[in-house]
Design a protein around this ligand. Structure first.
Ligand SMILES: Nc1ncnc2c1ncn2[C@@H]1O[C@H](COP(=O)(O)OP(=O)(O)OP(=O)(O)O)[C@@H](O)[C@H]1O
Length: 299
């Protein structure tokens, strides 16, 4: 399968500080990828490099077959972008004028679809941009990101500032839009559960490094919550240490392990250590992201 996004050893430095270190990031065409990570992990920086709003320091990057550093305008023309910030300037323009201005950059702008989106998100065309609240500005951003039916959506905290009702409508819009157009999307968010139904791929950044990436189903299939029957004082045997992401051992309760790997190879090691698996369960996407982020960096 072709990739819509492919970066290799992508590094971004701000002075002596590294925002991204040797990031290999790959998103197959048509995938909806959740981009998760800790605060300051580099998510915004990565998205901005993909559309050349930020220059990479070293490494390679291809977006829709183009290097954004050399073809920034051509890449941006094919991308719908919702930035983390909603302050665009253009405060004196009315929303309708602002949308007409943005439309002039996109030959594929669909005015009818733009109107439909504006209606769904309760965007009023006669308001001045400077008079909009944060959530209202976010809604205008979402209209501009979708109305030209781009091949690629890059959404940075797209529901930040939205009320619960508009948030729900927005998530439904993204689901319908990606299903109808088959576009590729990367959604950076801390609200993992919001996009759990939408995302089929996941990428997790921590401290500027790519910690994990791949299909959601593969990640969930590799993570297990094991409730054990174990003698008092039991702890995970050394052979299991690389597989154990977390061990919860509350006094008076049987231990619970979060492990990564194939259950068939983990089970015999647990049995050998004197414990037994009482129940093996899967994690949901939010729990899985937290488990990955909590795991110790492998040296
Ligand atoms: N213009 C800049 N100058 C210096 N450092 C910067 C600049 N922009 C970002 N950084 C640093 O780069 C790192 C990554 O920032 P970035 O905004 O990409 O993280 P993030 O994952 O989007 O964070 P959050 O989830 O908190 O929004 C941070 O340490 C940040 O302080």
């Amino acid at each position: 399968m072709d990739s819509a996004i492919e970066t290799s050893a992508l590094t971004k430095r701000y002075g002596h500080d590294r925002a991204l270190t040797d990031v290999d990031f790959s998103v197959p065409e048509g995938a909806v990828c959740l981009l998760a990570g800790t605060n300051g992990a580099g998510k915004t920086t990565l998205l901005r490099i993909l559309i050349n709003l930020e220059r990479r320091t070293t490494g390679a990057c291809e977006v829709l077959g183009l290097d954004p550093a050399c073809n920034g305008a051509a890449v941006r023309a094919q991308v719908g972008f919702v930035s983390e910030t909603t302050d665009w300037g253009y405060g004196w323009l009315r929303v309708g004028e602002m949308l007409a201005h943005v439309a002039s950059y996109y030959p594929s702008w669909d005015p009818q679809y733009a109107l439909e989106l504006a209606q769904i998100l309760a965007v009023r065309m006669d308001r001045r941009m400077k008079a909009l609240s944060k959530g209202q500005r976010r809604c205008v951003q979402i209209v501009t990101a979708l109305a030209h039916r781009p091949q690629l959506l890059l959404l940075d905290e797209p529901t930040d500032g939205l009320d619960p009702l508009v948030r729900d409508r927005t998530l439904r819009l993204f689901t319908e839009h990606t299903a109808d157009t088959g576009c590729t999307a990367v959604v950076s968010t801390h609200l993992v559960s919001e996009v759990a139904q939408l995302a089929d791929h996941v990428a997790i950044l921590r401290s500027g490094a790519m910690l994990h990436q791949g299909p959601v189903e593969r990640m969930l299939g590799e993570l297990h919550r094991l409730e054990l029957d174990a003698p008092s004082g039991w702890s995970a045997p050394s052979e299991l240490q690389t597989a154990v992401l977390r061990q919860d051992h509350a006094i008076g309760r049987s231990p619970t392990l979060l492990v990564t790997g194939q259950l068939a190879s983990i089970q015999p090691l647990i049995t050998k250590s004197g414990a037994a698996i009482r129940h093996a369960g899967r994690l949901d996407l939010s729990e899985a992201v937290v488990a990955r982020l909590q795991s110790e960096p492998k040296s």
